[in-house]
Design a protein around this ligand. Sequence first.
Ligand SMILES: [Zn+2]
Ligand SMILES: [Zn+2]
Length: 419
Amino acid sequence: MSDFSRSASTRPALCRECDRVMHLPARAPGEAAHCPRCHHHVAGPAQRDMQRPMAWALASLVLLGLVFAFDFLSFSTRGVGHTMSFVDAAGAMLGYDYPSLAAILLATTVLLPGAYLAALLYIAAAAQSGARVPGALVLARMLRPMEPWMMADVFIVGVLVSLIKVVSLAEIEIGASFVAFCGYALCLLRTLMLIDWVTLWDALAPVPPLAPEVRAGRSGRRQGLVVCAGCDAPFHDNPHHRCPRCGRRHLSHGADRLQLTWALIVTAAILYIPANVYPIMAVTTLGSTDPQTIVGGVISLAAHGSWPIALVIFVASIVVPISKIAALAWLCRIAGRGGHADSRSQMRLYRLTEKIGRWSMIDVFVVAVLGALVQAGALMAIRPGAAALAFAAVVVVTMIAALTFDTRALWRDAPTGDR
Ligand SMILES: [Zn+2]
Ligand SMILES: [Zn+2]
């Protein structure tokens, strides 16, 4: 058995969001640790051992297996209809010549989370037993960057929106696969909440030692310290810029990253034009086809009295992407000038932007589900349009922009106690 109390002793840590060096205190089970300056969630909740997250990860994987064993949804109108499995949603996208949308759908809902859960079980079992197993460090450092891309919860909302959209036009039946998918998504969320990465990493490999003159309450940059992008360990920068614990490169400071974020913001803003100009889907009813843009879809839903759904799509597809692009551009401008007096509210804005961005994918999932489900020939059919691809690209590019943004630039002029 691994000695988990080893990781419970006080040790230095470096906040990846504001670059403040701190003492990470010993934590009782259930306790989390936050950065005293920016309130970044640094560790926890602390676990007695790895059994609880492992149990939830296993439950999640079993339910994911059941998703593929049953029917997902059934649809019928005037005696014509069909039943779809979960894989049919991606298959329909392929059939309509949108392989990239099929890939995004499968990757974000089942492939990435499935790989994440299996790898987590492997490394948590290694940490629990104290055994050195091959590839554990490489796998562990790959897992956290995957977390924002796991969108099983967003997909469920997408399915619910799709069902409300068509329920008045046709008969819908919910299959056992959809119930299993909801269970899988909930267990996945619970697993993510329970993993204590600090304890897990400390059980896999020891933290690199720091020079005795390193002081808490000061910025890492002024003391030649950097934080690892993979395992969060602070270390003295070396010629290879690689973490002595996991081998991953550290988070670099500097203008290059800001330029990259700017480039991604501009790309997203440009892609948002075709996403609104072209139709996102085409609805065929009794032989006549009606192409709908994002805005057109919202107006048509509101005109038919579906206010709640119109509001969901309006917020997810119009308000969120536009405010995300605007907020990131504003933050980049401030970061370029070397920070601003009110770092804490900027940090809050950044975290909000990062959290809500993935929910814009709802409309893409709605198009995928409706495209696969509503197939009754000339009676009624829905096919995705070119805007679905452009809009998915907007969501992906803005998410990458938020992830590349270096929040430490917002804190450069904020007091740390070392001025
Ligand atoms: Zn901080
Ligand atoms: Zn590392």
